[in-house]
Design a protein around this ligand. Structure first.
Ligand SMILES: [Zn+2]
Length: 67
C-alpha cells in the first residue's frame, strides 16, 4: 500500500482503522496540517455522516444491553 499524501500540504497521512456498526472505516489524518479524510470500503465519505454514525452507535449499544 503506497504512502498516502495530504491533498492540502503534501505531508504524510497517518491512517487509523475503526469499525463502526460493522463497517470498516479508515481515518487518514495529516501529521502536519491535521486535515482528516474518512473512507469506508475504499470510498471517501462525508465527515458529518461519520459523526452521526459514531454518536448513534453508543445509544444502540446501551439499548441492547438493557433488554
Ligand atoms: Zn496536510
Amino acid at each position: 500500500m503506497p504512502t498516502a499524501r495530504c491533498e492540502v500540504c503534501g505531508g504524510d497521512l497517518v491512517a487509523i482503522e475503526l469499525t463502526v456498526d460493522g463497517r470498516d472505516l479508515v481515518m487518514s489524518s495529516c501529521s502536519i496540517c491535521d486535515t482528516r479524510t474518512w473512507r469506508s470500503d475504499g470510498d471517501a465519505i462525508e465527515l458529518d455522516g461519520v459523526i452521526a454514525d459514531l454518536s448513534s452507535a453508543p445509544r444502540r449499544y446501551k439499548r441492547s444491553l438493557s433488554n
